[in-house]
Design a protein around this ligand. Structure first.
Ligand code: ADP
Ligand code: ADP
Ligand code: ADP
Length: 213
């Protein structure tokens, strides 16, 4: 299957992704994770992306389309994938359709993590992540066994620099203005399933499984 996850920052896309990936054996492509790795490694891509990311603005379409185009060539992504955080603009959605059309493929389903903005600040400011795997925790809703330490590897957790209330405001603005039209774009093709992303993680997982069954 070729699945897209769309939703505002903190809506739970990253939390649900591993479960979908394990169940359907797909490749998971998260543009945010790939960009942060590029920033940390100070690659040319990372250097170009950093300023927009720090401000909570979107990185240019050309840069992200380039990374996705490259990543989708991986053998593990041929049979299907989960795109987490891409496409975030209608231009990106159109480019994705073009890339897939070349392989005679198309998007199967778009999961919309629908949630009220008011819930997101607490989720974002309490988020801790394990950078190399992308696993996320929450100080209140999903605490690690030992504070500040990844359950699986024992490595340290970090807080993302853009996970502040102030930067969240810009990220939400970008979501409403630039990304919501992407949901309309896919709705016209009848591909969107709306999830109740404000519910507890397990209930959201059940909705995800229903949507994909
Ligand atoms: P979240 O998980 O909080 O929704 P991400 O980790 O997906 O956020 O993205 C972090 C930042 O990376 C975004 O604020 C944006 O600057 C950049 N980014 C990620 N994906 C895209 C994309 N598809 N288009 C443009 N910018 C992106
Ligand atoms: P996204 O990838 O959409 O930005 P995450 O999956 O990283 O969002 O979730 C943001 C934060 O909220 C994380 O700290 C995560 O542990 C927590 N979280 C995720 N889903 C839920 C949920 N259904 N209820 C409460 N907290 C959640
Ligand atoms: P600086 O701005 O001090 O040079 P970096 O560019 O290395 O720091 O990283 C900026 C922030 O991005 C870090 O504080 C951290 O929160 C986050 N970060 C760095 N690398 C990763 C990664 N691989 N995955 C997720 N977040 C990361």
């Amino acid at each position: 299957k070729r699945i897209i996850l769309v939703g505002p920052p903190g809506s739970g896309k990253g939390t649900q992704s591993p479960l979908i990936k394990d169940e359907y054996c797909l490749c998971h492509l998260a543009t945010g994770d790939m960009l942060r790795a590029a920033v940390a490694a100070k690659t040319p891509l990372g250097i170009k992306a950093k300023e927009a990311m720090d401000k909570g603005e979107l990185v240019s379409d050309d840069l992200v389309v380039g990374i996705i185009d490259e990543a989708m060539k991986k053998p593990s992504c041929q049979k299907g994938f989960i795109l987490d955080g891409f496409p975030r603009t209608v231009v990106q959605a159109q480019k994705l359709d073009e890339m897939l059309a070349k392989q005679g493929a198309k998007v199967d389903k778009v999961l919309n993590f629908a949630i009220d903005d008011a819930i997101l600040e607490e989720r974002i400011t309490g988020r801790w992540i394990h950078p190399s795997s992308g696993r996320s925790y929450h100080t209140k809703f999903a605490p690690p066994k030992t504070p500040g330490v990844d359950d699986v590897t024992g490595e340290p957790l970090i807080q993302r620099k853009d996970d502040t209330a102030a930067v969240l405001k810009s990220r939400l603005e970008a979501f409403h203005i630039q990304t919501e039209p992407v949901i309309d774009y896919y709705s016209k093709h009848g591909l969107v399933v709306n999830l109740h992303a404000e519910k507890p993680p397990k209930e959201v997982t059940t909705e995800v499984q229903k949507a994909l069954s």
